[in-house]
Structure formats: C-alpha cells, structure tokens
Design a protein around this ligand. Structure first.
Ligand code: FES
Length: 146
C-alpha cells in the first residue's frame, strides 16, 4: 500500500470511528429505560428517574421508557411538568411498528408517521392517536394504570 493511500484509509477509519462513537453515545443518553415496580396492574416510577447529568450539569430527561412483560411494546413517559406526565404505548397505529421517541415527537421508522408527546397524530399515514395510559403522581412517584 502506498503512503498516500494508507493515510487516506486511516483518515476515513478515524472519522468513521468518531462518528460511530458519537452516535452510540447519543443513543445511550436519549433512550433510557427507567427502573420500575409493577403491582396490581400499576407501574410505579420514581420522578428521580428523569434526572440526569449532561456535561457535569444536572438536567431533566424529556422522557423515559418502560418495558413490561405484559405488553409487546415499551411505554414512553413524557414529562410535561412536575405534576403532569403522559404515558404512550409505542405501537404505531398505522401497521404496528415500534415508534422511536426523538425530542418532543415520536416517529415511526416504517412509513414515517409522527405523533406528539401527547400521542396525537401529526403526520400520516397513521390516522389514529396512540394508545395512552392514565397517569397520576405524588411527591416522589408517577403511577401508570395498565
Ligand atoms: S407502521 Fe407506522 S407509519 Fe406505517
């Protein structure tokens, strides 16, 4: 291999490695699965699960994900404010793909439908809003009725 070709190959490998690392780090910080307890058809999540540290600063996550054995898809819990949360079932109402949360929206990777953080359809082909779960709170916890 010639010197110029070797340097070019190493340069692309470094750029690819950096991009992959950045992508993996961003995935790890955005899709956080919260610790939960489940009893009597109710999921309990500590409000503290929304706390995180980004670049040494305490921050609040916009949402956390919850998995249960009972349901085929995760539930996404959005923090609207300290007393108000939405719990959205991540099954697309178009043809049943798993939605991907991203910021304040949920996007379907299959055909591109978009939903708000309250489960309302913003872009077709989906026509129905997402299934939601009733949520209540106290000082420390969020409760989701299944
Ligand atoms: S399954 Fe989600 S848009 Fe088609």
């Amino acid at each position: 291999m010639h010197r110029k070709e070797f340097i070019k190959t190493c340069g692309f490998a470094c750029i690819g490695g950096t991009a992959l690392t950045t992508l993996l780090q961003s995935c790890a910080t955005t899709n956080y699965f919260a610790q939960t307890t489940i009893a009597n058809n109710q999921i309990s999540i500590k409000k503290a699960e929304f706390a995180t540290i980004i670049k040494d600063k305490p921050m609040q996550r916009k949402y956390v994900l919850v998995k249960t054995d009972k349901l085929g898809f995760p539930i996404c819990i959005y923090k609207i404010n300290d007393e108000s949360y939405t719990a959205l079932f991540l099954e697309c109402t178009h043809r049943g793909c798993e939605l991907q949360p991203g910021g304040d929206y949920l996007i379907c990777p299959c055909h591109g439908s978009e939903f708000t953080n309250k489960g309302i359809v913003q872009n077709p082909p989906a026509e129905e809003n997402l299934k939601t779960f009733k949520t209540t709170t106290d000082n420390e916890n969020i409760y989701i009725q299944l």
